[in-house]
Write a protein that binds this ligand. Structure first.
Ligand code: SF4
Ligand code: SF4
Length: 193
């Protein structure tokens, strides 16, 4: 039995051919509409930084903050979860023993190389103690690519005045107030969204 040649129909090319004229017209009109709208109602999408600053939400992932207990000690128990989960491998912790049997360990050194950090927040999400949260601090410009400059330690994450100025940022459960711990300089514990 002789084979009959089947006709292949490219439905996509067919549809594009039929709609090409209409689409180019509507696309032009849509572009014109955007142009006209912005001509009569100009919107400023840029700001005069640093004189002007944007207010970011409590979900902003800025420079980290190590939170403290009421007695001023670090909440961090040196469990290494944040260091393990960090995709940029920029967290470095040394642990020391503490007398309190409920805690057992605390960090003697806690450093993050912020030049390598991608501010993903994984470390904050992994922390079982809410000992590490993020702030809304974003001023991190430096003039030299010196690894020391942006490697922050315990004092940087607890005592810089910028922490209170910018306030708390991303943490996994903002619906819970910061009851036991607090961000230095910010004791209200009432999260804003
Ligand atoms: S924000 Fe992300 S990249 Fe930065 S220290 Fe935390 S886990 Fe690592
Ligand atoms: S910051 Fe949190 S996750 Fe990281 S070592 Fe301390 S307690 Fe563990």
């Amino acid at each position: 039995m002789a084979k009959t040649a089947s006709r292949v129909i490219d439905v996509r090319a067919e549809a594009e051919r039929k709609s090409a004229g209409l689409r180019s017209t509507t696309g032009t009109l849509a572009g014109l509409e955007v142009t006209l709208r912005n001509m009569v109602r100009p919107q400023h999408v840029t700001i005069q930084y640093p004189e002007q600053r944007k207010a970011y939400s409590r979900r902003f992932r800025g420079v980290h903050v190590l939170t403290l207990r009421e007695d001023g000690s670090l909440k961090c128990t040196a469990c290494y979860l944040c260091e393990t989960v960090c995709p940029a491998q920029c967290i470095s912790i040394d642990a020391k023993d503490v007398d309190d049997p409920r805690i057992e360990k605390a960090p003697s050194r806690y450093e993050i190389d912020l030049a390598r950090c991608i501010f993903c927040g994984f470390c904050v999400e992994a922390c079982p103690e809410e000992a590490l949260i993020m702030s809304r601090e974003y001023d991190l410009a430096v003039t030299a690519r010196d690894p020391e400059t942006l490697t922050y330690g315990i004092e940087d994450f607890t005592e810089r005045p910028q922490i209170a100025f910018y306030g708390a940022g991303f943490r996994p459960h903002p619906e819970y107030p910061l009851v036991e711990s607090y961000v230095p300089g910010e004791r209200d514990g009432t999260p804003e969204r």
